[in-house]
Write a protein that binds this ligand. Sequence first.
Ligand code: ADP
Ligand code: MG
Length: 323
Amino acid sequence: MAGPLYSIPGTTPSAASADPPPAQPPVADGARTVAAVLAQTQAGAVMDELERDLVGLAPVKARIREIAALLVIDKLRLNLGLSAASPSLHMSFVGNPGTGKTTVALRMATILHRLGYIRKGHLVAVTRDDLVGQYIGHTAPKTKEVLKKAMGGVLFIDEAYYLYRPENERDYGQEAIEILLQVMENQRDDLVVILAGYKDRMETFFQSNPGMRSRIAHHVDFPDYQAADLLQIADKMLAQQHYHFGPGARAAFVEYLERRLTQPQFANARSVRNALERARLRQASRLFGDQERELTADDLTTISEADIRASRVFQDAAAAPKK
Ligand SMILES: Nc1ncnc2c1ncn2[C@@H]1O[C@H](COP(=O)(O)OP(=O)(O)O)[C@@H](O)[C@H]1O
Ligand SMILES: [Mg+2]
């Protein structure tokens, strides 16, 4: 091939001047130890945060450490004048909704930036509609525009398999895939693509798009959370928003989770977030009802047992007892 058919500018002065000045990744020139690279780039701090802030996800965290190890060792090699081909870092994140794919991708972008792999470290999240046009000639400009925005960072394509519609022979998604493939190959030192979605659909997509599969170096599986993880996630979410469970409320939430887990449309940590959001609404209505009472900090931060038990999940169960 003569060269990239599609080359997305990002490093040109004109493109750079339109953006805010890129945050330069800290360098670790002269570092000779893993600890020195981690400290000087502050990648170690991001990894510690990931470990601390995210509940469970042991296999995911292990994969991220592996990827970070590769980059740190590359840096040490470079410092000793050993050249290293820029590694391919495109990834697929597969798992059910609410398992933390988007959250981890954001952290990943920061780690890659700290280690100097990408210039800016931002994340651009898109779906098929952002890449594919409705009419002939619209897809290439749309896809290129998105790629331009993502250059120097991470392009996160949610439900990436929708780019490929085998039932429609003339689907424009194919055009977007071809442009992506070229840029993923030719500009991989400045753009990391993460494909996300359900595991089985992604597998089918890769089977029909071997070119895409061959460019993805890291496949990361996001397992469903266990009830205990979800409870811990709930505690963290509440604490972050300055709320806590009152007497009996946490036990009620455990029961809530047990019921909710078996229902359709359960979306892991996202369902926890939504449930807590509704509990907050009920708390507010409860407090709102008593207009003359002086509200203490404790009143304002406590989610009561009743706030949890008023959920439809309990009412449905009462109306239709288990067979
Ligand atoms: N391991 C975790 N620890 C704490 N919060 C989490 C965890 N995983 C997901 N969340 C929270 O759950 C919500 C959904 O996560 P998200 O990353 O959007 O999932 P996905 O992209 O897989 O659908 C977000 O609010 C996120 O902060
Ligand atoms: Mg997501």
